[in-house]
Design a protein around this ligand. Structure first.
Ligand SMILES: Nc1ncnc2c1ncn2[C@@H]1O[C@H](COP(=O)(O)OP(=O)(O)OP(=O)(O)O)[C@@H](O)[C@H]1O
Length: 472
């Protein structure tokens, strides 16, 4: 059978090589979790279980799930806190809420969950929801790839900011675009470095749009989220029978990029043997599909991005030095958000307006205190973190201004009085009172937020406050 032509969407279809769908269950009720995992495994899913948000986050990194079943009330926080991260990675999420926590389900859907289930959950109903979400995600990925081709990665690409650091990035993108577009030359590779969430993906897309052939494909390969055993066949393609599940020949993404751009995101995660193969492609401009003896010319320009210190990885023997030197020709550095001065507020206002428009909400300004907090916070997750926190604050805020406590930044919690540890001999009852008082102080007397911090419903919080005689 012949390989399909690059224009055919089918060749990108997820799941063709790995039939097992990976499901992550984030749930602290162990007996229920075991029953769900068993039922999903029986139905042919790969299922992993995490009992806390933190373990869930770690497993997302390790197993790159296709779908997450997310409980809302977890020992170390609310499932809503993990949800935006999952949605931004294109992972389907089914939220699971207990009876009486309807608002959580509503927020979860607003934040991009695919579906929600009410507890107690019937296992067959859960299985149906998983199947439905999986079909929807496959369709979405399918469309995403088609969209990448058809819209040429141009939609919604904005590198906002007036700071000198961002202006300099913009100028560099223009300059690099000219250099990689020189007609007769083999285009030099562009390496985009920067902390997570600084806009490396945005910069890569803008670069593509500024190049000659910007109407050609922009193919994004996330080396961190593709399982190691899949990356090779995804990148290089394969012939029918090259390995057990290769039932048809298939173009790899390098060929699919045609004479457009292949964007290798998180290149630091590429396994060492594949680094050698990639170097070979970059040097010889030829690619050979798995199981084939024939080589095909490579026309694409290569853009790579990383938030790792590749030089350090070379010193530690985790990244090939020859590939590093090959990549490190035209290098651009995305500045961290904390170094962009007033751009932070400009971006915050932009994301607030975006969320208000998306959900048809009244425009509201940030309070002076909230603006100061946004400006002073260090933003370790950079623009992505800002975007999520602002969207979340806009959706959750009930007041005429977006207040600092709506932002729920770790800094604001640090600024709150330290937690009081009960003395020995203190009763459970009085310890509970102390915890409630602390949570209220940390959330500036916002009962919903305090309830969220303690992992209980607003109603339960009100009831306990009344029992302890706590008034606002
Ligand atoms: N200057 C900017 N103006 C507007 N939006 C931005 C800007 N920079 C980043 N964003 C937005 O922030 C989010 C994160 O950006 P992006 O994915 O490009 O970061 P990244 O550096 O590639 O992250 P990672 O290292 O985690 O892959 C995206 O939603 C992007 O649209």
């Amino acid at each position: 059978m012949q390989a399909q032509a690059p224009g055919q969407e089918q060749k990108f279809k997820p799941g063709r090589v790995s039939p097992k769908v990976r499901v992550l269950l984030v749930e602290d009720e162990v007996i229920f979790a075991r029953a769900v995992a068993k039922r999903l495994q029986q139905a042919g899913y790969d299922c992993e279980h995490a009992a806390t948000l933190e373990d869930g986050r770690e497993l997302v990194r390790q197993m790159a799930p296709d779908l997450v079943l997310l409980d809302m009330r977890l020992p170390d926080g609310n499932g809503l806190d993990l949800l935006p991260e999952l949605v931004s990675k294109g992972i389907a999420v089914i939220s699971m809420t207990a009876y009486g926590e309807v608002t959580d389900a509503v927020y979860a859907m607003k934040l991009g969950a695919t579906d929600y289930l009410k507890k107690p959950v019937d296992l067959e109903e859960l299985l149906l929801a998983v199947e439905k979400a999986q079909t929807a995600t496959q369709l979405k990925h399918h469309l995403d790839y088609s969209r990448q081709r058809n819209m040429h990665a141009s939609e919604g690409v904005e590198l906002l900011g007036d700071s000198p650091a961002v202006s300099s990035v913009r100028a560099q993108i223009e300059r690099f675009a000219q250099l990689v577009s020189l007609s007769d030359a083999i285009p030099p590779t562009v390496l985009i470095q920067g902390e997570t969430g600084t806009g490396k993906d945005v910069a890569a897309r803008l670069l593509h749009l500024s190049c000659a052939n910007s109407d050609r494909p922009f193919v994004h390969v996330d080396c961190a989220s593709l399982p190691a055993e899949l990356i090779e066949s995804e990148l290089f393609g394969h012939e029918k029978g090259a390995f057990t599940s290769a039932q048809a020949s298939r173009y790899g993404l390098i060929e699919a990029a045609e004479d457009g751009t292949l964007f290798l995101d998180e290149i630091g995660e590429l396994p060492l043997p594949l680094q050698a193969k990639l170097l070979n492609v970059l040097e010889r401009r030829r690619v050979r599909r798995l199981g084939s003896t024939k080589e095909h010319p490579v026309q694409a320009r290569f853009v790579a991005a990383t938030n790792r210190d590749l030089h350090q990885m070379v010193l530690e023997g985790r990244f090939r030095s020859d590939l590093f030197y090959r990549l490190n020709v035209l290098t651009m550095h995305m500045p961290p958000l904390r170094e962009r001065g007033d751009d932070i507020l400009l971006l915050a206002k932009h994301f607030a307006t975006q969320t208000e428009r998306r959900y048809g909400l009244q425009p509201r300004p940030f309070s002076i205190e909230a603006s100061h907090m946004i400006r002073d916070y260090q933003w370790p997750g950079n623009v992505r973190e800002l975007k999520h926190q602002v969207s979340r604050a806009v959706l959750l805020s009930r007041e005429s201004q977006i207040m600092s406590h709506d932002l729920a930044l770790p800094g604001s919690l640090q600024a709150a009085p330290p937690m009081v540890t009960p003395e020995p001999g203190v009763t459970l009852e009085s310890a509970e009172k102390v915890l409630i008082e602390n949570a209220l102080r940390q959330s500036n007397n916002n009962v919903s937020e305090a309830a969220r911090q303690l992992g209980i419903t607003r109603m339960a919080m009100r009831y306990r406050m009344e029992r302890h005689g706590l008034k606002l």
